[in-house]
Design a protein around this ligand. Structure first.
Ligand SMILES: [Zn+2]
Length: 199
């Protein structure tokens, strides 16, 4: 997704379909999954900058966002972006959706991510911490992951989903492997939890 480049509704729909199929493959997309509650909203008017949490999910909706009618827990894909700030030149539309679904996951399942003590141990800070964490380069899956813990989680989830949970051979760093394994464990916890709720 690039500055000035138009993203069509059709492209958005196709990318959603692909990414939701991947979510199904890793076991997060099923009838009672809370992820299904998240809408993907394509809006055909320009926005000035890519909102952060690279954005589109609005974890803490500001007054301005409320006035504009944005609600947390949904993914907003703008038709085009007028301006980009440092490191906001993001990847493909699918990668953006994969990344945003990580924030959606944290929004709908805070008990396993935001409020999970393990998160802080693995990512070096709490989900909503606004400070970047100093770790060696190899502990981060992308450059953008260095930003703050929630972005590290979302970037790791993005690659996890793209790879359908298969750890790339190139990943040898212990800290990064722990982040990857955190996602596997979280998926299992969510599934176990929902299975017991249905009984
Ligand atoms: Zn993000």
């Amino acid at each position: 997704m690039k500055k000035g480049k138009i993203v069509s509704l059709k492209q958005t729909t196709e990318a959603c379909y692909q990414v939701q199929k991947e979510l199904y493959t890793i076991g997060l997309w099923y009838e009672n999954s809370k992820l299904v509650e998240a809408d993907i909203i394509w809006f055909p008017y320009p926005i000035i900058t890519v909102p952060d949490a690279a954005g589109f999910v609005f974890p803490n909706t500001t007054l301005l966002h409320k006035i504009l009618g944005y609600k947390p827990g949904h993914i907003y894909i703008p038709k085009y972006v007028v301006m980009q700030l440092f490191k906001q030149e993001r990847g493909s539309l699918r990668d953006i959706l994969r990344h945003e679904y990580a924030h959606v996951l944290a929004h709908y399942y805070p008990e396993f991510i935001v409020d999970n003590e393990e998160f802080e141990k693995v990512f070096g800070g709490a989900y909503y911490d606004m400070q970047s964490i100093a770790m060696e380069d190899a502990a981060y899956i992308t450059d953008y992951a260095r930003k703050i813990p929630m972005e590290d989680f979302a970037e790791t989830f993005m690659v996890y989903l793209r790879r359908k949970g298969v750890l790339p051979d190139g990943i040898k760093n212990r800290k990064l492997k722990k982040k990857w394994n955190f996602i596997t464990k979280t998926i299992r916890q969510i599934q176990r939890n929902e299975y017991s709720e249905q009984k």
